[in-house]
Design a protein around this ligand. Structure first.
Ligand code: NAP
Length: 517
C-alpha cells in the first residue's frame, strides 16, 4: 500500500499518524493512505508566499507561459500511467480518464499560449486611460498586478487532473504560487502529476505546493493578499466562507459548487432532425460520462409535454447501450462511483427523487454489470426518471444527485414556461437548448442568462461540432450564480483577474504613459 506524500517547502513529506484511506472503487481494495498530521501549514504558506511568489513575479507572462507548456508536456509524457491511476483510484473508464487528464494538459497548453501572446510584461493594463477633469494632463488608468500572496486551490474528487490543472495554470500564469489540495479520496492522479513536474525541475522553488490529506489549519494562515479557489459541495463551501481568514482578512474567495444543470428540447424539433440526435447524444453522454460525477452534467431534461413518451423511450434505448461494469473493458461505458460514500449519497438521492417521479430506467441498483462476477465495487447503473408535473417535483430542483441520474420534466413548449421551471434550480453552471428555431433560442438565452454562467445552443447547424454542455473549455468562463457558488474561473485572460489586483492609478498623463507603455 502506498503512503501519499505532500510536497511542502520544496520537499516531499508524509504526515504522521493514521492516514485517510484511498480505495479502488471497483474492488474496494485499500490502495493508499494520506495524512497531513504534523505538517506545518503556516510554514508551507510562508515558504510559497515568499520564495515562490518572488520568483514568479520576476518572470514575465511569456516566461510563465513557457513553464506551463513544459508542465503540460511533462504530464503528457506519463499519460498512460495517469489513465491507469484514474481507473484504479477513481473508477474511470479510459474515455473518462482521458477527459480528465487531457483536459488538464489541454488547459495548461491553452494558458501557455495565452502567456506567449501577453508577452514580456509583468502586469496588465486596461485598454483606455480616462481624462479625469477638464485638464488633459490628469488621467486615470487601471492596471492589474499579481497579488503578493498564495493561491490555495481546494478541489473536488471527480477531476483530480483537470481540477488541479485548470486552477494552477491560471494562477501560475498570473504570477501567483499555488498550494493545491486535491480531494483525499482520489488524490493519486494529482500526486503523480506534481511528482513529474517536480522531477522535471520546471518550476521555481516554492511555486507549487501539494497537500494530500486533510487541509488542517491551512486556511487559518491566509491573509489579504491570498486567494482561495474552492470546488466542491455547497456545504463545505459555506464552512470555508465563514472561516476566520476569509471573513476577517478579506481573502479573495471563488467557489464552484453544486448545480442542477438543465437541457431544453425545443417544440420545433422533429424526431428525424439532426438536432434531435444531438440532444439524445449529449444527454446520454452527460448521464454516463464519469458515471455522472460531473459538475456540469445535465440533471434536468425539459421536454414539451407532447414529446415526453417519445423522448423517454429514445433516451432509455440510448442508455441501455451504455453498460456499467469493469472500467478497464472497452465495451463498458459507465465505471463505478468513486467512493463508498458517493454511492451511499447517490442511492439516498435517487430515493428522494423517486418520491416525486417515476422510473423510466434503473432503480438505483447495480443492474447487469459487464465483467464483474462478485458483489464488490461502488456500482450504479444509469437511472432515468420522469415527472408528471415539473413544478411539483420539488426534489428535482433542490437536490443534486451526483451520479448517473437525470429526470425528464414536461413543459408547455413555450420559452417562458421552460425558463420558469429552470429557475427553480436556483442558479446553475450551464444550461443547453436544442432547437432549430432562432427565435426560441434567443428567448431562452435572454431568460436563462442571469441564472447561469454558461449557455449552449445546440442546433442542426453546429451538431457535428458540438463539444456538449458538459465540456468546460479554457477560453469560456466556468462557474455560475446562486447554488453554483457564484464563482467564475477560466474564460481566457479573464481568469487571471482573480489573481491580480486591479488598481486605479491617477496622475500626470506623460508619467502614466511611460509607466504603462
Ligand atoms: P466536498 O466534500 O465538498 O470536498 C471538496 C474538497 O473540500 C475536498 O478537497 C475536501 O477535502 C475539501 N474539504 C472538505 N472539508 C473541508 C473543510 N472543512 N475545509 C476545507 N476543505 C475541506 O466535495 P466533493 O464530494 O469532493 O465533490 C462533489 C461536489 O463538488 C458536488 O456537489 C459537485 O457538484 C461539486 N463540484 C463542482 C464543480 C464546479 O466546478 N462547480 C466541479 C466538480 C465538483 P477532503 O477530500 O480531504 O475531505
Amino acid at each position: 500500500m502506498k503512503t501519499l506524500q505532500s510536497y511542502v517547502e520544496g520537499r516531499w513529506v508524509a504526515g504522521s499518524g493514521q492516514g485517510r484511506p484511498l480505495y479502488n472503487p471497483m474492488t474496494e481494495e485499500l490502495i493508499a493512505e494520506a495524512s497531513t498530521e504534523g505538517i506545518d501549514m503556516g510554514a508551507a504558506v510562508t515558504y510559497a508566499r515568499t520564495r515562490g511568489g518572488a520568483a514568479l513575479r520576476e518572470m514575465t507572462f511569456a516566461d510563465r507561459g513557457r513553464l506551463l507548456g513544459e508542465m503540460a508536456k511533462a504530464i503528457h509524457s506519463i499519460r498512460d500511467e495517469l489513465l491507469d491511476l484514474a481507473r484504479i483510484n477513481g473508477g474511470n473508464t479510459r474515455g473518462d480518464a482521458k477527459f480528465d487528464i487531457d483536459g488538464c494538459t489541454g488547459t495548461m497548453a491553452y494558458y501557455a499560449k495565452l502567456g506567449e501572446s501577453l508577452g514580456d510584461r509583468h502586469f496588465l493594463v486596461e485598454p483606455e486611460s480616462q481624462q479625469l477633469t477638464r485638464s488633459p494632463r490628469l488621467v486615470g488608468q487601471h492596471i492589474l498586478v499579481p497579488r503578493q500572496g498564495v493561491a490555495v486551490h481546494i478541489n473536488a474528487f471527480n477531476f483530480p487532473g483537470w481540477g488541479f490543472g485548470e486552477k494552477a495554470a491560471v494562477a501560475l500564469l498570473a504570477g501567483v504560487p499555488v498550494i493545491t489540495k486535491p480531494a483525499t479520496s482520489t488524490a493519486l492522479v494529482t500526486e503523480r502529476m506534481i511528482e513529474v513536474i517536480v522531477d522535471a525541475g520546471i518550476l521555481p522553488d516554492g511555486a507549487l505546493t501539494l497537500i494530500t490529506g486533510s487541509v488542517g489549519d491551512l486556511l487559518d494562515h491566509l491573509e489579504g493578499q491570498d486567494t482561495l479557489a474552492f470546488t466542491g459541495s455547497s456545504d463545505t463551501a459555506a464552512t470555508i466562507r465563514a472561516g476566520q481568514g476569509c471573513v476577517a482578512k478579506s481573502v479573495h474567495v471563488n467557489v464552484e459548487a453544486d448545480s442542477l444543470n438543465s437541457a431544453v428540447l425545443g417544440s420545433d424539433v422533429d424526431r428525424d432532425a439532426e438536432v434531435y440526435d444531438l440532444f439524445l447524444r449529449e444527454v446520454t453522454r452527460d448521464i454516463t460520462q464519469k458515471a455522472g460525477q460531473k459538475c456540469t452534467a445535465i440533471r434536468r431534461i425539459l421536454v414539451p409535454e407532447s414529446m415526453m413518451d417519445m423522448v423517454c423511450d429514445d433516451l432509455k434505448e440510448q442508455l441501455q447501450g451504455m453498460p456499467a461494469g469493469d472500467p478497464a473493458l472497452r465495451e463498458v461505458k459507465v465505471g463505478p462511483l468513486s467512493t463508498a460514500s458517493q454511492l451511499r449519497d447517490i442511492r439516498e438521492g435517487v430515493e428522494r427523487l423517486m418520491a416525486c417521479t417515476v422510473p423510466v430506467l434503473g432503480d438505483g441498483g447495480r443492474g447487469n454489470l459487464v465483467g464483474i462476477d462478485n458483489d464488490k465495487g461502488y456500482f450504479m447503473s444509469p437511472v432515468l426518471l420522469r415527472a408528471a408535473n415539473a413544478r411539483e417535483a420539488a426534489a428535482v430542483h433542490e437536490h443534486e444527485v451526483f451520479g448517473p441520474v437525470a429526470t425528464v420534466l414536461p413543459y408547455s413548449g413555450d420559452a417562458p414556461d421552460a425558463i420558469d421551471i429552470i429557475r427553480l434550480g436556483g442558479g446553475g453552471l450551464v444550461s443547453s437548448v436544442y432547437t432549430d428555431d432562432a427565435g426560441f433560442a434567443e428567448a431562452m438565452v435572454m431568460g436563462m442568462a442571469p441564472y447561469h454562467g454558461r449557455l449552449t445552443i445546440g442546433s442542426s447547424r453546429v451538431a457535428e461540432h458540438s463539444p456538449g454542455p458538459g465540456t468546460v473549455l479554457p477560453m469560456m468562463t466556468h462557474g455560475g450564480p446562486g447554488r453554483a457558488g457564484g464563482g467564475e474561473e477560466l474564460g481566457g485572460e479573464r481568469g487571471l483577474h482573480f489573481y491580480l489586483q486591479r488598481t486605479a492609478v491617477q496622475g500626470f498623463r506623460p508619467w502614466l504613459e511611460k509607466m504603462f507603455a
